[in-house]
Design a binder for this molecule. Structure first.
Ligand code: MN
Ligand code: MN
Length: 418
């Protein structure tokens, strides 16, 4: 806590110096302004060194105060780890739309690609399948999902805001928005190159199979298929489906039902961690058994609070910002450190084992998802490491007093209060 408030004072000082454009009192290689190389407005020698008279869009630039005026602790030279659905092109069709952030546009995101989709009431995401696992978080509304497993066991379920689903690679599925206002959700594929615009579609396969083969396969005359769509449907407006029980009965198989659910209610779960600063809800294969290759944490940080300094030893972290405002600094070897700002609809990415924190910089609750290509959630807390290392070691490294070390948290706090 002591360190946090000192850091805040340092940052405010740097900001004030930038505002006047000069930092006469700045000294290289001081606390909060490390050297090699010296970066940050605090080191500027003249007002024109920090001004920005060239072309710019303030509507866009103002969303990135930490890119415009980085903390003096930042050292540039890291691949961009910020992306957004807000500037992703929408594929709009009759029953809804989708937009995506894949490795094509966001080079760092090797392990996860993301899709944001809207389905109207009755809007259908066409029956399809793909080579990647699909994980989803329902942001708003209600949606009906259908899926068939490899033992021929069907599942038809309705999901609501806060729910998750997980489809293992290759399992065929469909999505449909329900009344009164359809659904909006975010999907994560366990491969950064995966695209929602490039899936195996029912209508495409039927249209591109010779009619005599269709006749032989389904045991009906070939002309039974004479009215099939010759272009795929992808997302189209359909009729609202029958009640859930009727749909489940109509799809039922003598093979039975899948042993584990494809859906999980993250919004309803008791948080694993709840502190004065917020909470962390974790869904991975330990509680959401089906989710064998995606682990997720839903983090809530109250105003003024912070997700503590930590890293994840098992996987890259793909973040989806749901509400509120945040800033995150990612630390890498070099040293390199880059601070970025995040708003609702933005995406962040942290490579495996790189240090980071996420601070609530707004006046409202900050809510975001951390998603990992792994069967389990794992993290190392900096505070916990320093608290459970013999103190003489830590004291000699950081040149702090024993009294300071004594005040360090003695366990992971996850989300710190303001
Ligand atoms: Mn899919
Ligand atoms: Mn993290």
């Amino acid at each position: 806590m002591v360190d946090l408030s000192r850091r805040k004072i340092m940052l405010e000082a740097a900001g004030a110096a930038a505002a006047v454009g000069v930092a006469a009192s700045a000294q290289a290689a001081s606390f909060g302004n490390p050297d090699r190389p010296a970066e940050g407005a605090i080191n500027a020698k003249t007002a024109s060194a920090t001004s920005n008279p060239g072309p710019q869009s303030s509507a866009m630039a103002d969303q990135f105060p930490n890119f415009q005026n980085p903390p003096a602790t930042d050292v540039n030279g890291m691949p961009l780890f910020w992306a957004s659905f807000n500037n992703a092109h929408k594929r709009q069709q009759s029953g809804g739309w989708a937009r995506e952030v894949t490795q094509d546009d966001f080079a760092i995101s090797e392990t996860i690609s993301g899709v944001n989709m809207r389905l109207s009431a009755g809007g259908i995401r066409e029956m399809h399948w793909h080579q990647q696992a699909e994980w989803a978080y329902m942001a708003t509304g209600r949606c009906r999902i259908t899926v068939l497993d490899t033992e021929g066991r069907p599942s038809v379920q309705d999901v609501k805001a806060g729910d998750l689903w997980y489809f293992p690679p290759g399992l065929p599925h469909s999505l449909q928005g329900l009344g009164p206002d359809g659904a909006e959700f975010v999907l994560a594929f366990d491969n950064g190159k995966a695209s929602e615009f490039n899936t195996l579609l029912l209508t495409d396969w039927i249209a591109h199979t010779p009619p005599d083969v269709l006749a032989a396969n389904f045991g009906v005359p070939a002309d039974a298929f004479k009215n099939i769509p010759v272009d795929n449907l992808w997302i189209f407006q359909g009729d609202e489906p029958p009640p859930l029980a009727a749909a489940q009965a109509a799809a039922a198989s003598s093979a039975g039902t899948p042993p584990f659910p494809f859906v999980f209610s993250m919004g309803d779960m008791v948080p694993l961690i709840k502190t004065r600063g917020g909470q962390v809800q974790i869904a991975d294969s330990r509680n959401f058994k089906m989710s064998s290759n995606i682990a997720a944490a839903l983090v809530t940080v109250k105003p003024g609070g912070m997700r503590e300094l930590h890293w994840h030893p098992n996987a890259d972290e793909w973040q989806y910002y749901i509400s509120g405002k945040a800033r995150m600094t990612v630390f890498d070897t070099g040293p390199k450190a880059v601070t970025a700002d995040f708003n609702p609809g933005d995406v962040g990415y942290v490579k495996k084992s790189l240090g980071h924190y996420v601070q609530n910089t707004g006046n409202t609750e900050l809510k975001f998802l951390e998603i990992f290509r792994s069967d389990h959630y794992a993290e190392i807390s900096l505070s916990e490491w320093l608290a459970h290392t013999p103190p003489e070691l830590v004291i000699q490294h950081l040149n702090i007093t024993k009294q300071t070390w004594d005040q360090f948290p003695k366990r992971r706090l996850d989300v710190l209060p303001g």
